[in-house]
Design a binder for this molecule. Structure first.
Ligand SMILES: C[S@@+](CC[C@H](N)C(=O)[O-])C[C@H]1O[C@@H](n2cnc3c(N)ncnc32)[C@H](O)[C@@H]1O
Length: 235
C-alpha cells in the first residue's frame, strides 16, 4: 500500500517519523494486500467495493486501528472505511485485519479531507466517527483542528439523511466548539439536549488515546449529532 499525502498549508496532523515494527513494515509492502483504497481511483462505488449493501461507517484518524478493527469484528454486517496518515497505524490495522480475518474494512492512507472531497459519494455514509482527534489546544494552533464548520458541512453532504456524526475528545474546549458548530446550523441536531454531551454508546470501544487522556486525569466529552432529515422538494 502507498501513501497519498499531499503538502498543504494547514494540516490537522503532523507526520512523525515514529517507530515502525518489522511486521507493520511488511504489511505496508505486501503487494497482495487488497483492502487498500486510493485517492487516485476517485469516487468509490460502495456496493462494488464491499460486495454488499450494508451500512457504511467511516472513521477518520483511527490511530493504531484497534478500535475500528474491534467494531468491524463485532459487526460483520456493517462496512468500515478507515482513514489515517500514520504509517505504523496503517501497518498495524492491516495486520489486525489479517489476524481477525475481517472482510468488512477498507483503508485510505491519505488526508481525510481529500478522501471526503474526491472519493466519497454524496448521501452514502451512515456514520462518521472522529475519536480523540489531535486537539491542537493552543490558541495559535486551533486553526489546525479537523472539525470546523466547513468540515461539518462536507460531512453532512456525505451522510445519508438521518446519518450520524460521532465525535469524542478529552479536550473540553474542542468538544465545546463542536457542540457550538453542530447546533448552530440547519444541518444537524444534537441527539443529547442542546448544549449537552452524551453517554458513551455500547458500540464504541475504548481507544488508545482515550486511555491516555484518562491517565492524565482528563474527562471524556462525547457528542452524537444527527443529520436533519431532508425534505424531498419534489413530493
Ligand atoms: C490523537 S490520535 C487518535 C487516534 C485514535 N482515534 C485513538 O483514539 O486512539 C489522532 C489521529 O488522527 C490522525 N489524523 C489527523 N488528521 C488526519 C487527517 N486529516 N486525515 C487522516 N487522519 C488524520 C493522526 O495521524 C492520528 O493518528
Amino acid at each position: 500500500m502507498f501513501s497519498e499525502l499531499r503538502k498543504k498549508s494547514i494540516q490537522s496532523y503532523v507526520v512523525r517519523p515514529g517507530r515502525i515494527t518489522p511486521s507493520q513494515k511488511r504489511a505496508l509492502c505486501n503487494e497482495t494486500f487488497d483492502y487498500g483504497l486510493f485517492l487516485k481511483n476517485g469516487l468509490i462505488h460502495l456496493e462494488k467495493t464491499f460486495n454488499n449493501t450494508h451500512k457504511t461507517i467511516l472513521e477518520i484518524g483511527f490511530g493504531m486501528g484497534s478500535s475500528v478493527a474491534e467494531m468491524a469484528s463485532n459487526n460483520p454486517n456493517e462496512n468500515y472505511i478507515g482513514i489515517e496518515v500514520h504509517a505504523p497505524g496503517i501497518g498495524n490495522l492491516i495486520n489486525l485485519i489479517h489476524d481477525l480475518n475481517l472482510s468488512n474494512i477498507r483503508i485510505y492512507w491519505a488526508d481525510a479531507i481529500d478522501v471526503i472531497d474526491e472519493c466519497i459519494p454524496d448521501k452514502s455514509i451512515d456514520r462518521f466517527q472522529v475519536f480523540f482527534p489531535d486537539p491542537w489546544h493552543k490558541k495559535k494552533h486551533n486553526k489546525r483542528r479537523l472539525v470546523t464548520e466547513k468540515f461539518l458541512a462536507k460531512v453532512s453532504n456525505k451522510l445519508k439523511s438521518g446519518g450520524i456524526f460521532h465525535f469524542v475528545s478529552d479536550w473540553k474546549s474542542y468538544a465545546d466548539s463542536v457542540i457550538e458548530i453542530g447546533e448552530n446550523n440547519d444541518l444537524f441536531v444534537n441527539t443529547a439536549l442542546n448544549g449537552k454531551f452524551t453517554d458513551k454508546p455500547d458500540y464504541r470501544p475504548m481507544t488508545k488515546f482515550e486511555r491516555r487522556g484518562i491517565q492524565l486525569g482528563h474527562s471524556i466529552w462525547e457528542i452524537i449529532l444527527q443529520k436533519i432529515e431532508e425534505v424531498d422538494k419534489n413530493e
